[in-house]
Write a protein that binds this ligand. Sequence first.
Ligand code: ADE
Ligand code: ZN
Length: 339
Amino acid sequence: MSEFIEKLPKVELHMHIEGAMMPDLMLQLAEKNHIKLPYQTLEEVEAAYQFKDLTAFINLYLQGTEVIQSAEDFYVLTQSYLDRCAAQNIRHAEVFCDIRTYVERGLPPEMVLDGIEAGFAEARDRHGISGGMLGTFIRHLGVDKAAEDWHFYQQHAERLLGIGLAAIEVGYPASQFKAIFDQVHAAGLPVVAHAGEEGPATYIWSAIHDAGVSRIDHGIRALDDPKLVQFLQQTQIPLTVCPCSNVSLHVFEHMNQHVIKQMLDLGLNVTINSDDPAHFGAFLQENMVAVQRHCGITDDDLIRMTYNAIDASFADQPRKTELSDELDQYLEQVLAPVG
Ligand code: ADE
Ligand code: ZN
């Protein structure tokens, strides 16, 4: 592991909180809540984490969420992710969670916000980590459920950093949710959307034009459309790229085929993220190591992606200044001549 990466102050903008549930925590929660999972041992969980594609992954991911039953469970999960952030020097983290998964099981949606907030409050006190939650819509469950979810999110708008669109992409472009996203904008919350992960470049255009996104989650298929590349160069809309996720879900068969270096060299506003670190076996730091090893990403590229992430975050301006000052100081120290 490079010492430069280990000590680099980092920012993560694309991470689904249930995707940070390590197999040992999943089994612990299953036992505590008397949930029967199709696997009983760490080895069996790990063996199940082989995904054919995004749909197969989402189905398994949603099954794993059944072990979460209370605000306390969300607190423990958030705390475990943020402890990992502290260990990897991640200084600001924005996490996705959808309430729909729990509402469908008859659980109160407040438990999601209460638990995640409690985890962040503790991490702020213990480690000085900032961040919070983005509420998402599960796009493959359709517009009516998303409208119900928005009704809840709207009532808790001040507790959210923004609203996102996630889950099975193909067949569910952002255009289907335009009327809801208009309301999100009217309420003053920023919008992000998964687009161009498995879906084509037209889905990225739809996220831009129909959802009015502040950031695009993934966006790797943008390279298929030269006009879109030009648009993203001009507008500098940030892209939250997740390299290990893309390889695990067979968007690329091997990391050396990933396009993150081309995206950076084209001048796109790229950030690097983990997506679902427990499922894909890689937190942010391991993603950085993988792209250095296999994609020709340099330390300078990692620095650039970190400044991009600070800028693209939904932290307030004073916190953004603190984060970039911290990064400036780290770089001064690393680049200072020895002796
Ligand atoms: N939810 C959790 N992980 C996801 C991913 N990689 N794409 C879409 N939705 C998700
Ligand atoms: Zn994602």
